[in-house]
Design a protein around this ligand. Sequence first.
Ligand code: PEP
Length: 256
Amino acid sequence: MKTYIVGNWKLNFTVGEASIYLHKLLKTIPKYRDTEVVVAPSALALQPLSLQVDRHIIKLCAQNGFYRDYGAFTGEISFSQLRGLVDYAIVGHSERRYVLHEDDKMIAKKMAAAIRNRITPILCIGEIESERAFGETKDVIRDQLIGGLSEVSDDDLSKVIIAYEPVWAISSAKSARFATPDEVAEVVKIIRETLEETYGKKAAEGVPILFGGSVNPSNAGGYLTVPGVNGLLIGGASLILNEFADIIETAKRVRA
Ligand code: PEP
């Protein structure tokens, strides 16, 4: 399986800044056959960047999309409009769950909409700090996973990526601390087992699972060697070109 290195730029960079960053990144990294490098700029930048990017080297990802393809939904952007511009889309990021109140039902519809528009959804799941403290991590992970995949058929599971992002480990969280590789391994095992129960062993084994939460050049190698982890979703460090390029280089090295 490929290794996925996904940079989530969130609400950062103007279109011009995004274009300059992409230009530099394209010049910095060679094409790595087994490493899929992906960046998720703001929606506004996707159209111009789709004309600029060399998709053999870097793929584009939407940070969000709406679950209906068209209609009276002021302000939304549909996956059908994103079709052709991006290869991937982040769905159910914790900032959308907790700041914008997206629930599993809406997230499930977005997963289905991405797939029907030939965009690979990256379903983000993860517990908040108090859920971990109360021993609820397993239940939360299972609920978010089963809920988020509820509209994904057996045949379509191979079109999905899962990202485990403990909310307490994301750099913008007030109490952010680094997750230990053991903590990550434990939850990745829960994800794989839950997929296996629902879709069978073979299908479950084929689903890439990424880790995200304050990943930087110093800890990336440790997370990439956790059993069952197939890549990283990176927020803050992906905004710094040298750091993101370092992480890509680490991925190539540790997973060669
Ligand atoms: C994220 O928000 O998806 C994320 C992983 O952010 P950071 O790397 O900054 O913790």
